[in-house]
Every structure is written in C-alpha cells, then in structure tokens.
Write a protein that binds this ligand. Structure first.
Ligand SMILES: Cc1cc2nc3c(=O)[nH]c(=O)nc-3n(C[C@H](O)[C@H](O)[C@H](O)COP(=O)(O)O)c2cc1C
Length: 321
C-alpha cells in the first residue's frame, strides 16, 4: 500500500491505543511484521505549550519505522502549529485523531466530537496539511451516534482538504467499543473517496482480516485489541496474504518468550517500578486463553520485580502438563 510517496511493506497496521502502543509494544509488533505502527495520541496543546510528558510519547526508534504520530485537538491554529513542530521528527505520517470517544477528550471538542462538526474537521486538516511536510491522514468513526452516521460525508470533506488516507473505525462514538463494528460503512467510505482507506474494527484473526478486505475493498487494515497479547497476528495475516497458507497459532512457549522480551524492553525504557506495573495488563493479555490464566493473572497483579515475573511465568510454563 502506498501512502503519499511511501510504499509500505505490509498494509496491516497497529492501531493507535493510548496506554498500550508505547515504544516497547510498537517494537514487538514491528518485529512480528506490522506494516506501520501508530503512537499513542499526543495532545496538540501539549505540543504547543511544550509539555514535557508529550515528549516521551514522541520518541521514535529506527527499528520500529515506519511510524505514524497521532495528534488530537480541535483548534486549527494550534493543530497547525503542533504539526509544524513535528516536521523534524522521524515519523512517516502525521495522523489526526477524530475518533476518540472518552468524555475527557470529547468535552473539549476533540477526538470523535469532530464527527459532529465536519466543516471544522475539514479546516483542521487543511491547516495541518499546510504546515506539515508529512502526509496527513485522519482516523474517524462511523459517526457520532446512530442518528448522525456521516463517515462518508466526513471522508469526502477530509479528502477535499488534503488528507492522504483515512482510517475508519466502524462504530459510532456512542458505541465506544461495544457492539459490532460496521464494516458496511468502511465499504461505503472506500467507494466514496479516491485516497486509500484503512479499515478498522473487530479484526481478531487472519480470517477476520481477509473478510474485512473482501467485504469492504479497503486498502489496509488497522488492528487494535486484536494485537494485545497477540502481536503474531501481523505475521500470520501477512503470511496468508503472501502465500495463501495459514500459519499455526503461536505456542505457549512463544507467548511467554515474547512477554518476557516485551517486559525487558519496558523495564529498560521506563524502569522496573513503572515498567512492571504497566506490564501486568500486557502479561494478562499474553496469557489469556491458556489454562488457569485467571489465577496466573491474579498472581501477576501482585508482582513488582522483573525477576519474580520471569520466575512466575517460567514456573507456569514448566508446571503445565
Ligand atoms: C485502550 C485503547 C486505547 C485507544 N486509544 C486510541 C488513541 O489514542 N487514538 C485513536 O485514534 N484510537 C484509539 N483507540 C481506538 C483504536 O485505535 C481502534 O480504533 C479500536 O480499538 C477499534 O479497533 P479494534 O477492534 O481492532 O480494537 C483506543 C482503543 C483502545 C482499546
């Protein structure tokens, strides 16, 4: 898939997820064939006012490239200045968040609140495109609620204002993450615009990815929750697309090996205290579905050292019949 001038090796991407898609997890996904990783969303106001916390979110390493930095905000000037301030970063793409449903974001008119204001959304894209030297993409939802489904109208406006690609999450803001993602809306957006469309929502397996491609005709797929504890999903989808054959699921040993590798990366970057606490949720995801995983999760939630985490996981592995 081509975004702007860049030809991507794989069109299966890691969706932006605040609190999840930090550098360590992005490195893990990239290593397993992810075609492009997205940062956690970064506040345009934070960038504009030089907030130190946003700096951590922006750190990019060569090994994870290509990377999309995602920004959010709803003031065209501040978004434009934020975009300009990112011109010397090593991201391939600058993505704008128009999908985040959380009240904290929406109450400021940011994220999915922009679905209610397509003209402002268009103005933001126009200004960001003027100031950014990177291709600008946008991630939208189906609409604000069932009575205002407008992804097609939004996509046309964003395209007309210079967006290079559009990612569509097939849920309304009111749905948050519940119910089923509507892939029809992805198909309708794909039929309505010329720029590449990235389908998103409820891809948890190779089969889901193939169905979404076939059903909607989308150019790429973005995977969020389906990659949590399961970064192999990228190589398995790529393998199927390249060979027509389905690779076996990752084994328990592979889950534990990658969970430990992930833990070491997190601890190296964030230190043991923060790192282990952040890893607890990832380890629960890695171990989900394996025997006695609920008990293991309880144990993991009380662990606060690398050494004990490793010993606990290896003990679990060796004690299983
Ligand atoms: C924990 C979490 C954090 C998220 N953070 C962001 C975000 O920062 N920016 C964004 O555009 N979407 C965010 N999303 C939405 C995902 O990118 C994606 O659109 C959604 O999870 C649907 O895809 P999925 O069914 O593959 O998970 C988040 C989702 C989750 C579960």
């Amino acid at each position: 898939m081509k975004i702007g001038q860049a030809l991507l090796e794989s069109n299966i991407f890691l969706a932006p997820m605040a609190g999840v898609t930090d550098l360590p997890f992005r490195l893990i996904c990239k290593d397993l064939g992810c075609g492009m990783v997205y940062t956690e969303m970064v506040s345009s106001r934070g960038l504009y006012y030089g907030d130190l916390k946003t700096e951590d979110l922006l750190h990019i390493e060569d090994k994870e490239k290509p990377v999309a930095i995602q920004i959010f905000g709803s003031e065209p000037d501040i978004m434009a200045k934020a975009a300009y301030s990112l011109n010397d970063r090593e991201n391939l793409i600058l993505d704008i968040n128009m999908g985040c449903p959380t009240p904290k974001i929406v109450k400021n008119g940011d994220g999915s609140a922009l679905m209610k204001n397509p003209n402002l959304a268009g103005e933001i894209v126009k200004r960001v495109v003027e100031e950014s030297i990177k291709p600008v993409t946008v991630k939208i939802r189906k609409g604000w609620d069932d009575n205002s489904v407008n992804a097609v109208e939004m996509a046309k406006i964003l395209e007309a204002n210079g967006a290079t690609a559009i990612a569509v999450h097939g849920r309304t803001r009111e749905q948050y993450y519940s119910g089923k993602a509507d892939w029809d809306i992805i198909k309708k957006v794909k039929e309505a615009v010329k720029i590449p469309v990235i389908g998103n929502g409820d891809v948890f397996s190779v089969e889901d990815a193939i169905r979404l491609f076939d059903y909607s005709g989308c150019d790429g797929i973005m995977i969020g929750r389906g990659a949590q504890g399961n970064p192999w999903i990228f190589e398995r989808i790529n393998h199927y697309l390249n060979t027509g054959k389905v690779l076996p699921e990752a084994t328990l040993q592979q889950h534990i090996d990658v969970a430990l590798k992930h833990m070491r990366l997190v601890v190296e970057i964030k230190g043991e205290y923060v790192g282990i606490r952040e890893m607890r949720k990832h380890i629960a995801w890695y171990m989900k579905g394996f025997k006695n995983s609920a008990q293991l999760r309880n144990a993991v939630n009380h662990i606060d050292s690398c050494q004990l985490m490793e010993a606990t996981l290896l003990d679990y592995l060796h004690k299983l019949p």
